[in-house]
Structure formats: C-alpha cells, structure tokens
Design a binder for this molecule. Structure first.
Ligand SMILES: Cc1ncc(COP(=O)(O)O)c(C=O)c1O
Length: 397
C-alpha cells in the first residue's frame, strides 16, 4: 500500500461523519459568548465539554494582563527559550509555579502535551523503563515512544498490579519511571496517590503525576490530587497544563529534584520549539493568582459536579465511578453515543463524544465537563437535555 493509499480508512471515517448535520469531531464554534455559552449552528448552547473548570477564560484580570503583554512584548517570541525566546516573564511564571507547589524547581513548556514529552523523554531513554497506567493520556504514551524506553502498562488505578510488575523488573525497577494522572480526563475518576508513592518508594522507582485535569479542581489550594492526598513531598515530577483550569495554552513540570533544571540542556521538546507567547504567559500568571485566591470557584465546581452526577444517576444512566468535574455517561454503542450527542446539541448542550479508540476501555461515552462558571440553572438544563437525549436509550446503556 502506498503512503497515500493508507488514508482510505480515515477518508471513509471522515465521510461518514460528514453525513451528520454537524460533524462531532469538527464542530465550528461561531461565537464564544462567555465561559459557559457559545453559538453553534446559529443557536446559543451551554458548553458542557470545555475543560474550562474554573471558568477563567473571560476574567477581566486575565484579559487585561494579556492585552498589556501584547502591547509591551508583541504577539510572539519567535524563538526557543534557549535562544531569543527567554523572557523575564517566562522565568517569573516558573517562579510563580514553584512557589505555588512548594517545589524548588519549575520549567515551562509550550503545551501540556510538550510538557509530558519533554519531561519523560529527558528522564528516561533506551534501557530504562516506564510503567504507565493503562488509561494514561496519549501524550504520556507518545512521550514514552519518543524516549525509547521500554514501556509496560499496569491496570488502571491499580497499585497492587504496579507493585507486581515492578517486582518482576528486579533491579531494573530502580531505572523505572511510573507515570500516572490525577483526575482522569474521560471517566473523571482518580486514584488514591499514597499507595502509589509507597510502591514507588519500595522499589526505588520515580513517580510522575500528570495533574492536567486536577490542577485547580482538586486540593484545598487547587494544587491538584497530590495536594488533596497530602503527598506533594513524595511525588518526584508533577506535570500540568495551562489549557484547562488556567484557560490558556502551555504546560509545566515542577519538581523537588534539581535535575529538572538540567532538562533545559537535554529536553528536545523544550529546546526545539518556540517559547509560549507573552500574552499567554501573562494571562496564565493572572489566572494562577485567581486560582490561588478564589477557592470558592472550586467549591462551587464540586457542588455542581455532585448535582449533575446525582441527577444523571436518578435518570438511570451508567456513569463513571466517581463524581467529579468530569461526568461520563456510558452508551450502548458508538452509534447510540453519536445519536445522544446530536440530540444534546439540538437541545442546547454541547458535550464531548468519546468513541473507540479514544475511550479508555473500548466503550462509547458522552463526556460532560463542568465549570465553576456554570449556574445551578445551567446544570439543571444539562440534566433536562440529557433526559431528553437518552430517552429510549437508557435501558440499553
Ligand atoms: C492528561 C492530559 N495530559 C496532557 C494533556 C495535553 O495538554 P494540552 O492540551 O495543554 O497540550 C491533556 C489534554 O487533554 C490531558 O488530558
């Protein structure tokens, strides 16, 4: 098969999706009205699939900070941190993050995806091992591939399975990185971190936690699951993104290990890409300040999460295992999920359609994510739309 012929399957998939009135993987958002509403196909809809967990995308402090940075520094850095792209504001955001997490070392990346690539591929290489949670995000898988390390998967959230596999590795366990997430993005579930720390410490492995979805949403001060579980001092590398609770783009790694500083000289995804735009750095600094100082956003978010989870349960829907800002509804098939997704949109609610291979366990799901900016009335409107959209499908789910 030639290089171009192999696209036949992707073309067939694209053409099938294009038959839909709105292609679920290419929804044109015509206007963003505020943090929770947008215009799609000429109609105002509630956005219940954005990862805008704290609702900070339209905060005046963040917008003003970004505008000031645009005026002062221009639209982009046009260079890598190791060349002309190292601005004092990048270093200031790194200090903000180190201070926030209580770690001495901190490094920015241009995306959350790049943060995983840049951290893992700097830490491990051929001859080393990575133990990866089976439901880990694609960026963690891709990072392992880039690193050239040997990759082993353990059962999702199962520290006993990790323990068993590390034991099998023998002495190689000491050259192993264990990579897990805080809040998992599709099912909205999360592990208890202390037993993972115990297992890693017992075998001499290092622990990396990707807090992409838990930064801002978990922990008393919003530092994530490691804070919530009281293990910040036991995690070796904590990775996160600015593209969810902080409402921008970019990523970071913070650590208690001084070696993180040396990644600046060895991490290809850090070195060979342009540094984050000054306006993005400025809005992120402002958003981090709001995340720290406005815990009431997080509290409201969790109240809404519980409200939605309970109301979906009352509808008889099959949900992810734990209430959290991500509420996933299982559907009996990919076709059913597509139908529910479309009906939700027709009823004024945008959600995420998750079908294989994007789903963790081969299932088809509707993923809802909540925002601190959602009102109770909006949460109730999401429930009503879901009741209408799943009518007739519920029994089979
Ligand atoms: C767990 C996890 N890690 C990393 C990323 C990548 O983050 P970004 O989109 O900021 O590159 C995502 C994005 O969805 C994610 O869910």
């Amino acid at each position: 098969m030639s290089l171009l012929e192999k696209f036949a399957a992707a073309r067939a998939k694209r053409d099938a999706l294009a038959q839909q009135s709105i292609n679920p993987v290419a929804v044109p958002i015509e206007r963003v009205i505020d943090a929770t509403t947008a215009q799609i196909a000429g109609r105002e809809v509630i956005m219940a699939g954005t990862n805008n967990y704290l609702g900070l995308t339209f905060e005046s402090e963040c917008i003003e900070a970004a505008k000031d940075a645009l005026d002062e520094f221009g639209t982009g850095t046009t260079g890598s941190r190791v060349a002309n792209g190292n601005y004092t504001e990048h270093e200031a955001l790194e200090r903000d993050l180190a201070d926030f997490f209580g770690y001495p070392y901190s490094m920015l990346f241009s995306t959350g995806y790049g943060a995983n690539l840049g951290t893992i591929a700097a830490l491990v290489g051929p001859g080393d091992c990575v133990m990866l949670d089976a439901d880990a995000h694609a960026s963690l898988y891709d990072a392992c591939r880039l690193s050239g390390a040997d990759v082993y998967r353990f059962r999702h959230n199962d520290h006993a399975d990790l323990d068993k596999r590390l034991r099998r590795l023998g002495e190689r366990a000491q050259r192993t990185l264990v990579a897990i997430e805080g809040l998992y993005s599709i099912l909205g579930d999360y592990p208890s971190l202390a037993p993972f720390c115990d297992v890693c410490e017992r075998h001499g492995a290092l622990l990396l936690v990707d807090e992409a979805h838990s930064l801002g949403t978990m922990g008393e001060c919003g530092r994530g699951l490691a804070e919530a579980d009281g293990v910040l001092d036991r995690v070796d590398f904590l990775v996160g993104t600015f593209s969810k609770s902080l409402g921008a783009t970019g990523g970071f790694c913070v650590s208690r290990h001084e070696e993180l500083e040396l990644f600046r000289y060895t991490s290809r995804p850090f070195i060979f890409t342009a540094s984050p735009c000054p306006s993005v750095v400025a809005s992120t600094r402002a958003a981090l300040h709001l995340l720290r100082t406005q815990p009431e956003r997080r509290e409201h978010l969790w109240r809404s999460a519980q409200r939605l989870y309970d109301s979906f349960r009352e509808l008889g829907l099959t949900l992810g295992p734990q209430p959290s800002p991500v509420v996933a509804v299982r559907c009996p098939s990919a076709e059913a999920a597509l139908e529910v997704w479309q009906r939700l949109l027709e009823n004024g609610v945008y959600t995420n359609l998750i079908v294989p291979p994007a789903s963790p366990d081969g299932s088809s799901l509707i993923r809802c994510s909540l925002s601190a900016a959602h009102t109770d009335a909006q949460v109730d409107a999401i429930r009503r739309a879901m009741a209408t959209a799943t009518a007739g499908l519920t029994a089979a789910a």
